[in-house]
Each structure stands twice: as C-alpha cells, then as structure tokens.
Design a protein around this ligand. Structure first.
Ligand SMILES: [Ca+2]
Ligand SMILES: [Ca+2]
Ligand SMILES: [Ca+2]
Length: 189
C-alpha cells in the first residue's frame, strides 16, 4: 500500500510508477486536488411588525437554504437585543433548525409584546450560528417593532419630544407652567 499526501495547491497531477533499477515507466495515473462540491448557503431575512397594545404578535423570520441539500443541514439560532429589550419588548427564543433533504425554508417565530407605552420604533436580531452541512451567507435577521402608541402628554419643555415622561410628579405636583417637571432631558424617554 502507498500512502500519499496531496499537494496544497489545487490542480491536476500525474502519479507515475517507475522501475527501481532502470527508472522505466511502469504505469501512471492522473488525480485531481480540489475543494469538492460547494456547500449550500443559509440566510435569514428581516421582518417588521406593528407592536399592538395587548397580547403578542408574531415576527416570523424565514431561514432559507439554497440550493436544497441532499442530506440533513442544521443551524442554531438565538435572539439578541438591539434597541428593543428581551423580556419586555419581545420574548427570547433560541434553538436549532433542521433541514431534511430537499427542504429549503424553515421559520423562526419571535413573539413581540404589545403595550400602550409611547416608544421609538425598536429593533432586535435573530442570529444564526454553528451550521452543519451548509455555510452561512447572511447570519443576522433584523426585527423592527413599529410603535403604534401616541403620547397624551405635551411636548418636553427642552427637547420638544412628545413621548411620555416616566418621572412622577412630586408632592407639590408638576409645577406651574410646565407639562413636565424633568430637569434632565435624558430622563425623557
Ligand atoms: Ca402599542
Ligand atoms: Ca414595546
Ligand atoms: Ca409601545
């Protein structure tokens, strides 16, 4: 038996067998050093949902495998905060997707919590990692939560924002001539 180490450079090579005493060519064959067939690609899309005021709304992400594989493909997924916060704005989700032979699309559902709090539009992410049987071409889906709550408060005296002030009035009340007692614009959400 002959064991050979393949050359590092890709290409076509010829293997020759020579007689030990006369260096006469006894036989030869060609062989190819290559990368093998390319793995299929995984990607995830971006999703926008309107927040709602109660219960949850589903943000459904599509994870796409292209082209379809002939064997099983798996990939892990996990949510991550952007400006939105897990636990209050949306529900954390993570796990593993399995594509059987021929499957091209799997979904990841993230539950977005409704509320009546005036906020900016907020974002979170679904990240793909640890693929098996495929490579990742787009690892991050962005979820955008469109806020649908208008403020009932007047504009902030300094910033002009119409978002609700989270600070409570003191025992003396909100103070004369002002819709908000905030001295610090950073306290205005
Ligand atoms: Ca709402
Ligand atoms: Ca919210
Ligand atoms: Ca809101």
């Amino acid at each position: 038996m002959v064991t050979m180490t393949a050359p590092a450079a890709l290409g076509t090579y010829e293997l020759r067998l020579l007689a030990n005493d006369t260096f006469t060519l006894i036989g030869s064959c060609t062989y190819q050093v290559g990368t093998g067939p390319a793995l299929p690609l995984l990607s995830i899309n971006d999703v926008t949902v309107t927040e709602g005021n109660t219960g949850t709304v589903s943000a459904i992400f599509n994870v796409t495998l292209s082209p379809a594989a002939t064997g099983p493909v798996t990939v892990s997924f996990a949510t991550a905060n952007g400006t939105a916060t897990a636990g209050s704005d949306y529900v954390t989700n993570s796990g593993t997707l399995t594509f059987n032979a021929g499957d091209t699309v799997k979904t990841v559902t993230v539950l977005v919590n409704g509320d009546t709090t005036p906020e900016a539009n907020e974002t979170f992410f679904v990240n793909l990692s640890a693929p098996a049987g495929a490579t990742i071409s787009d690892s991050q889906g962005q979820g955008t939560i469109t806020n649908d709550d208008a403020s009932t408060k007047g504009p902030h005296p300094r910033t002009g924002s119409r978002a609700t002030c989270r600070r409570r009035p003191t025992r003396r009340g909100w103070g004369p001539g002002s819709t908000c007692p905030c001295r610090d614009p950073r306290r205005w959400p």
